[in-house]
Design a protein around this ligand. Sequence first.
Ligand code: FES
Length: 240
Amino acid sequence: QDYGTPASGSDRMVSLRIDGRTVSAREGTSIMRAAAEAGISIPRLCATDSQHAYGSCRLCLVQVEGRRGTPASCTTPVAEGMDVLTQTPRLAALRKGVMELYISDHPLDCLTCSSNGDCELQDMAGKVGLREVRYGFDGANHLTAQKDDSNPYFTFDPAKCIVCSRCVRACQETQGTFALTLDGRGFASKIAAGMDEGFLASDCVSCGACVQACPTATLMEKAVIDHGQPEHSVLTTCAY
Ligand code: FES
C-alpha cells in the first residue's frame, strides 16, 4: 500500500481526529499518511510515499478545525488535538474543480491510450466524481510540443503530462541524477530533459525511475506500448 508520503522517523506519537475518528500518528507524519494508516483515503496525484511531499496538484486539500483555508494534506503535518475533515461538500467541489482543470488540458483519448485502466489521472477523475468538463480543451501548447522518442527504452509525450514533477523528483531522489527539470509557467510549464535537448542528449541514465513514477501515460516504456506488457523491459536499474 502506498501511504502518500514517507513515514516519519519520530518516536513521539500525537493524537488527533480525522473524520470524527481518534487516531494516533508519529510526530512529523503528514495528515495524508495518518489518514491512510487509519484506512481513510484522500485523493492525490503528486504524492507518493517514495518521494518527499511537493504539494503541487492541490487535489488532497482538507479542512482543519480552527484553521482558515484548505491545506494540502500531503504537506501538512499532524498536530496534537488537530481535528481534520477529509470529506465535505466544500472539499468535494474544490477537488472536482481542480480535476476539471487538469482534464481540460489533457487529451481525451483514454480508450486508445496505452495506460487505459492503469492511469492515476483517470482513477482520480472517477474518484472525485468528475462527469463533465465545463471548459473547452486548451492544450494548444502541449499539442504543438513534440513527443520525445529519443530514448531507446521509453517515450515522453508532453500532451499527457500534468506537470506533477514526480518524474523530476524520482530522477533526483531515487537515482541521484539531475536530468529532469521543471521549465516555464502556467500553461507553458513543462518537464524538460537537460537543457531541453531531449532525453538521449541529457544526463538521463535510462534507469526508468521516472517511468515508474509517472501517474499518466506521459512516460511509457516502449515495450509496454509495443507489446502491452513490460516483458522485454531493459529498465532494470530502477531503485523502486
Ligand atoms: Fe497533495 Fe498533490 S497530493 S498537493
